[in-house]
Design a protein around this ligand. Structure first.
Ligand code: HEM
Length: 140
């Protein structure tokens, strides 16, 4: 059971964050203005994700220690995968976003980390799907 029953809130926020990312990725072709919108939407999505990580996920894990031996092997591996992809997606999202701020935004310094973006997008999607399985399957 997640802290204060905020698990559903966290899932909904993460689905919104992923949706913002998808809109930005799918509609990224075209002018610089469109690409900048992709950047802003990614950052907004990342910020929403960080809010749930900082205020719901980490406090839940710290305040309600999980006894892993209680889970079936399948549930165990789903939880491990969810946490792993969640951490990985956060770190990779950071790598995609931060270089943008080293130069004036319209110089698009983020292009240097473009090769990170598709893998980040895939890892991020997987972590939200696994989060939905954990929550809707009432695993934690
Ligand atoms: C969580 C952060 C981000 C994710 C997950 C993400 C995801 C993606 C994906 C999936 C692609 C297509 C990759 C490909 O065709 O190989 C892409 C392209 C691109 N993104 Fe991002 N992105 C992120 C942040 C940013 C930021 C902050 C900027 C800065 C404006 C940016 C600028 C670009 C550019 C310039 C392209 C190349 C466009 C193209 O050639 O089609 N992205 N991104």
């Amino acid at each position: 059971m997640s802290l204060f029953g905020f698990g559903e809130v966290s899932l909904i926020i993460n689905i919104i964050a992923l949706f913002l990312l998808i809109v930005g990725v799918v509609r990224r072709k075209g002018s610089k203005k469109v690409l900048l919108r992709h950047g802003y939407l990614s950052i907004l999505g990342f910020a929403l994700k960080m809010i749930t990580v900082s205020f719901i996920m980490i406090p839940t894990l710290v305040m309600t220690p999980i006894e892993m031996s209680k889970f079936s092997p399948l549930d165990y591996w789903i939880i491990i995968a969810k946490v792993t992809f969640g951490i990985l997606g956060t770190v990779m999202g950071f790598i995609c976003i931060v270089p943008w701020f080293f130069k004036p935004l319209n110089q698009m310094a983020c292009i240097k980390v473009k090769r990170w973006m598709l893998p980040t997008f895939l890892v991020w999607t997987l972590s939200v799907v696994l989060g939905a399985v954990v929550r809707l399957g009432a695993i934690i």
